[in-house]
Write a protein that binds this ligand. Structure first.
Ligand code: AMP
Length: 283
């Protein structure tokens, strides 16, 4: 496994792999790796001849006062895990390498970035789209793996790839959870035992909405209220609990076809997100 910090060197290493006729899989991450990341990396290793990951805490996707400074940075452990999973190339640039002096180009994915997390984190998805496009330009992967955990991000990256005619297949991967249902997240490291227990309300809230739907409730407002109640019962500060169209992310009034439910809430200093499909019962 090679760990590379330099853009030109990474581009060269990826080009070499492609020239050798290998399919190249890529998993962009901000490090703080856990079993959720590992599931994406394992899949990239399984489905491609060569696998690259990036470890880069991207400053431009954090707003002022957010947790850029305190975000988990566990490079040594991340590299050990990557090696054990069979990763070939790790790209670990510093901020100046990614954003040299004078950097002034940004990617805006309109509409999809407006709602859900975009409303509460202005500029976040502009930072995400820009860094992902840049990483794609360096690595030029055949396939790139993204988790459904960050559902809005996944939809937005698919849109960007389509709109800009990028030659990469975006592969969405299921959410990995702890046995009790908590979605794995690097930010779970911020939680103490009590907060971790309360954070289970996110998964429970989604579950309640799904049960209501299964019992025949189609009104989005009722499903949202049920999820919100679950979160607020545990004292979580809710950013949103929303039923949206799975592709456009537009808010829905009723669930008559497959939809998505997404929640975001604060537990102590951790802002956590989760989501699930809402499939209305047939008949
Ligand atoms: P991050 O390091 O948080 O930027 O995440 C890197 C990638 O891992 C993103 O595509 C995430 O959606 C994905 N990811 C993070 N947590 C999970 C999880 N619990 N299950 C599946 N994928 C995840």
């Amino acid at each position: 496994m090679r760990c590379i910090q330099d853009v030109r060197e990474m581009r060269e290493a990826c080009r070499t792999a492609r020239r050798e006729g290998k399919t190249l899989g890529f998993v962009p991450t901000m490090g703080g790796l856990h079993a959720g990341h590992a599931s994406l990396i394992e899949r990239a290793c399984r489905e491609c001849d060569a696998a690259a990951i990036s470890l880069f805490v991207n400053p431009t996707q954090f707003g002022p006062g957010e947790d850029y400074g305190s975000y988990p940075r566990t490079w040594e452990e991340d590299l050990r895990l990557a090696r054990s999973l069979g990763v070939d190339l790790v790209f670990h640039p510093d901020v100046a390498e990614m954003y040299p002096k004078g950097f002034s180009t940004h990617v805006e994915v309109e509409r999809l970035a407006a709602g859900l997390c975009g409303r509460h984190r202005p500029g976040h998805f502009r930072g995400v789209a820009t860094v992902v496009l840049k990483l794609f330009a360096v690595v030029r992967p055949h396939r790139a793996y993204f988790g459904e955990k960050d559902y809005q991000q996944l939809v937005l990256i698919r849109r960007m790839v389509e709109d800009l005619s990028l030659e990469v297949e975006v592969v969405g991967c299921p959410i990995v959870r702890d046995p009790d249902g908590l979605a794995l997240s690097s930010r779970n490291a911020y939680l103490n035992a009590e907060e971790r227990r309360r954070a289970l309300a996110l998964h429970r809230g989604l579950g309640r909405a799904r049960s209501l739907l299964a019992a025949g409730e189609r009104r989005a407002a009722a499903l949202e209220a049920a999820a919100r109640e679950e979160l607020e019962r545990e004292g979580l500060r809710v950013d949103y609990a929303s039923v949206v169209h799975p592709d456009t992310l537009e808010p829905l009034e009723r669930v008559e076809a497959p939809a998505r439910m997404a929640v975001a809430a604060w537990v102590g200093r951790a802002r956590l997100i989760d989501n699930c499909p809402l499939d209305p019962p047939q008949g």
